[in-house]
Design a protein around this ligand. Structure first.
Ligand SMILES: C[S@@+](CC[C@H](N)C(=O)[O-])C[C@H]1O[C@@H](n2cnc3c(N)ncnc32)[C@H](O)[C@@H]1O
Length: 295
């Protein structure tokens, strides 16, 4: 059955801030909603899979609060992958780099160079450079400029988002869970296919937006990539998957046979922002909304 429902506040639970990356369009605020879906579908002992993980804020929050047993973080971007891989497998060396990081435009230039030229399998160098730029660039956008500008004349300076103590604490917390985090660098479709037949997997796919992707992420999807994802995931009627996208006509076209729900990431108790995102549910997923919420 096809349907669209509207929900103003998709995740009205306090979520733990745990990701070390700032991610434009990050979905950590869906923590409460994901937690409910995981419980409703009896997947608390299962594997939570993000094939397009980015900052993986929701995945990590679910893991450290015991909502799922293990998580799979996959991202095709080699820099994002290197970051997660270094954090999970070279925590102490990463921690030393973090604590000793020099927050100047001169160092920013060096890290930018490392980001562009480090061997893709030098996970520590590339991963730390990715992290450094993410924390010192405006909005965390990797190919943007430093907060405060190169002349540091802005109100906020390059160190505004680099709280060493808070970041070190997050890193230490994650290290307690590192044996339950699997980090991958594959095409998201491969990962979806790999977990499609697993009855204990919950797949949350948050691919690049249809319209806003270009400026935000290094890998933006073409129209045919959106189509291929839809062809694959629409056919997985037994798999427990959830997909989020920007609310644009192409998405409704591709998923016209699935249950859909509009939501806003910018909801707060004082302000209901216009819904501009859409959630799409696999037929196998039990949701709390039920028939009574459809229109
Ligand atoms: C919308 S972002 C995910 C944001 C994430 N949900 C969060 O909360 O931070 C999409 C991510 O997909 C990654 N990506 C793009 N194309 C991909 C592909 N074909 N396979 C896997 N990951 C891909 C991008 O590098 C980006 O990190």
């Amino acid at each position: 059955m096809s349907s669209i429902t509207y929900l103003a506040n998709p995740g009205n639970l306090k979520k733990p801030y745990i990701s070390l990356l700032r991610y434009p369009g990050g979905k950590s605020s869906l923590y409460g909603r994901l937690r409910t879906l995981i419980r409703l579908n009896g997947l608390s002992n299962g594997t939570y899979v993000e094939p397009y993980a980015g900052g993986a804020g929701a995945a990590l929050a679910l893991l450290v609060t015991g909502q799922v047993r293990e998580i799979v973080i996959n991202d095709l971007d080699p820099a994002v992958y290197a970051f997660w891989r270094a954090v999970v497998t070279e925590r102490e060396a990463f921690s030393d780099l973090l604590v000793n990081a020099v927050l100047t435009v001169e160092e920013w230039t060096k890290q930018k160079e490392a980001y562009l030229t480090a061997p893709r399998d030098d996970y520590l160098t590339l991963g730390f450079a990715t992290f450094y730029l993410n924390r010192t660039n405006r909005s965390g956008v990797l190919n943007g400029g430093p907060i405060g500008g190169k002349d540091q004349s802005g109100n906020y300076k390059i160190d505004a988002r680099f709280n060493k103590q808070a970041l070190s604490e997050r890193l230490r917390l994650l290290s307690l869970y590192s044996n339950r985090i699997s980090v991958r660098n594959e095409d998201g479709l491969q990962v979806i296919k790999e977990f499609a037949a697993s009855p204990s997997a919950f797949v949350y796919a948050d691919p690049p937006y249809v319209e806003k992707a270009g400026s935000l992420y290094l890998n933006s999807f073409t129209k045919s990539a959106h189509q291929s994802l839809a062809d694959c995931i629409n056919s997985l009627s037994e798999t427990k998957w959830l997909l989020t996208y920007d609310d644009v006509p192409l998405v409704h076209e591709l998923y016209s046979d699935r249950r859909r729900e509009l939501f806003s990431l910018n909801y707060s108790a004082h302000r209901v922002a216009k819904a501009n995102e859409v959630m799409i549910f696999s037929d196998a997923l039990v949701t709390e909304t039920g028939e009574d919420r459809l229109f």
